[in-house]
Design a protein around this ligand. Structure first.
Ligand SMILES: [Zn+2]
Length: 394
C-alpha cells in the first residue's frame, strides 16, 4: 500500500562527503505503485540504518492526486507535458489543471535541487507497464545515458523521444544531465516491487552514492535482475508506433508480452471495430492493456553492435556544421543546437543516417523535420569522476 501521498518529497538525504546528486522520481503515472512503494521502502532503510551516503539523494512522488485515485492521470498525462511552451504558460496562468499543478510543484523542487546540490546529476524515472514485461530501460540517445544504462544488463530502448512528446526525461536530457527511465514490470505484479527495490539499490551503488560494501545484497539484486530480464539485453530501436486518438476504442489482442517477436501479417489489436495487422516483422513493445494511454503498441528491432560502435565514432565529428553545408539543411534553435531539414532532403538521405550521427527527428507541421542531437547538450565532463565507464564499474 502507498502511504497517503501528501508531499512530492518522500526523502531527502545529504552526505557529509562530496558525491553525485541522485534524483529518483516515482508515480509520474498514478496507476504505477511499484516504484513508489520501493522508494518508500529504501528511504526507510536508509533512515533507520543511518546509512552514510556520498552526495545527495532525493526521492520524489510525481502525480499525487492520480496516485490517490490509482489512475494514470486525472486531466492529462503528466509525462507528456514537459514542453517549453507549456512550462512558460504555467507561470502566467491562474487556472491550472491537476497535472499542470503537479508539473509546477515538481519544477520548483527540481530548481531547488539544482540550487542546493552539485553535479553530476542523475535523474531516474520509475515506471511500470500495463502488459506483462521483463524490466527494461528507456533513454534518450546520448552516450552518457548509453554507458550508464549498460551497467544494469537489461534491454535498453533508444529513441523513444521521436515518438513521445513532452516526457519528463526529455526535459531533463535537454538540460544535458544523465537521465534514464527504469521500467520495473507490470503495474501490480508482486515481482515489479522486488525488481524496483533491486534496481534502486543498484542505482545507488552505480552512481557512487553508496559503496559496494554498504549494500550487502548487491550481488543478490544483480542476480534477481538478470533472471528477470530473461536473457534480453542490448540496445533496441523503435521503428513503429500505433497511436490512439481521443475517442478511439482500442483493444490489444490478449496474451501478448512485451518483447514478444511478431511475424509479418500478425493480428495485434482492434481499433473501432477494425483489425490492426502488423505488415512488418519486429519485436512488440509496450502493448497497451489499460483504458488510459495514447500509444497502442510500438514495434522495435535490435541494433547491431557494429552500428552502435560506428555511432560512437560519428558522435566525435562535427556533423552539424558538415550537414549544414548540404542543400535543404540549416542550423536552427535558440542555442544553434538543432538542424532544420526539408522533407525532400530527409527523404533523400533517410532516417538511419541521422540516427547514426546521433540525431532524433521530429516531424514539423510544415512537413519538414527538426533534428535534435542530445550529444551537443550532454554535460559528459561532469561524469568523468564517476565510478563507471563504458558500461562497467571501474
Ligand atoms: Zn508510466
Amino acid at each position: 500500500m502507498i502511504s497517503n501521498p501528501r508531499s512530492h518529497i518522500m526523502g531527502e538525504f545529504r552526505g557529509t562527503e562530496h558525491g553525485p546528486t541522485v534524483v529518483i522520481i516515482s508515480g509520474i503515472h498514478g496507476n504505477e505503485p511499484a516504484g513508489v512503494m520501493a522508494l518508500e521502502e529504501i528511504c526507510r532503510e536508509i533512515r533507520e540504518g543511518d546509512m552514510e551516503i556520498k552526495g545527495s539523494l532525493y526521492a520524489l512522488r510525481g502525480n499525487l492526486e492520480a496516485l490517490r485515485q490509482g489512475k494514470r492521470f486525472i486531466d492529462e498525462d503528466l509525462n507528456r507535458i514537459w514542453r517549453k511552451e507549456r512550462i512558460e504558460m504555467l507561470f502566467g496562468s491562474k487556472t491550472l489543471n491537476n497535472e499542470e499543478r503537479a508539473m509546477k510543484e515538481l519544477l520548483d523542487i527540481l530548481r531547488t535541487i539544482f540550487k542546493k546540490s552539485s553535479p553530476p546529476y542523475y535523474f531516474i524515472d520509475l515506471h511500470s507497464t500495463s502488459g506483462d514485461t521483463h524490466p527494461f530501460i528507456t533513454i534518450n540517445d546520448a552516450l552518457i545515458n548509453r554507458n550508464f544504462a549498460r551497467l544494469y544488463q537489461l534491454p535498453i530502448i533508444l529513441g523513444i523521444e521521436e515518438y513521445l512528446s513532452g516526457p519528463l526525461l526529455n526535459y531533463l536530457n535537454l538540460e544535458g544531465w544523465l537521465s534514464m527511465g527504469l521500467e520495473v514490470g507490470q503495474h501490480h505484479a508482486p515481482v515489479s516491487l522486488k525488481n524496483a527495490v533491486s534496481l534502486i539499490w543498484m542505482t545507488l551503488v552505480f552512481t557512487g552514492l553508496l559503496n559496494l560494501s554498504q549494500c550487502a545484497d548487491f550481488k543478490a539484486h544483480r542476480i534477481r535482475i538478470s533472471a528477470s530480464a530473461g536473457g534480453l539485453r542490448g540496445f533496441y530501436e523503435i521503428f513503429y508506433r500505433e497511436r490512439i486518438s481521443a475517442g478511439d476504442q482500442f483493444k490489444m489482442v490478449p496474451g501478448f508480452r512485451n518483447f514478444d517477436p511478431v511475424a509479418a501479417e500478425t493480428l495485434l489489436a482492434n481499433r473501432n471495430g477494425k483489425e490492426i495487422i502488423s505488415h512488418r516483422r519486429g519485436i512488440l513493445f509496450m502493448p497497451l492493456y489499460q483504458a488510459q494511454g495514447e500509444d497502442g503498441f510500438f514495434l522495435v528491432r535490435d541494433i547491431p553492435a557494429w552500428i552502435l560502435q560506428l555511432s560512437v565514432l560519428t558522435r566525435k565529428i562535427r556533423s552539424k556544421e558538415i550537414l549544414a553545408l548540404l542543400p535543404g539543411i540549416c542550423i536552427t534553435g535558440q542555442d544553434h543546437a538543432d538542424l532544420w531539414v526539408t522533407a525532400k532532403t530527409f527523404k533523400r538521405m533517410g532516417k538511419p543516417i541521422f540516427h547514426l550521427l546521433g540525431y532524433r527527428c521530429t516531424l514539423m507541421e510544415s512537413g519538414d523535420y527538426r533534428m535534435t542531437n542530445r550529444e551537443f547538450r550532454a554535460k559528459s565532463i561532469a561524469y568523468s569522476g564517476a565510478p563507471w565507464k563504458n558500461g562497467l564499474l571501474k
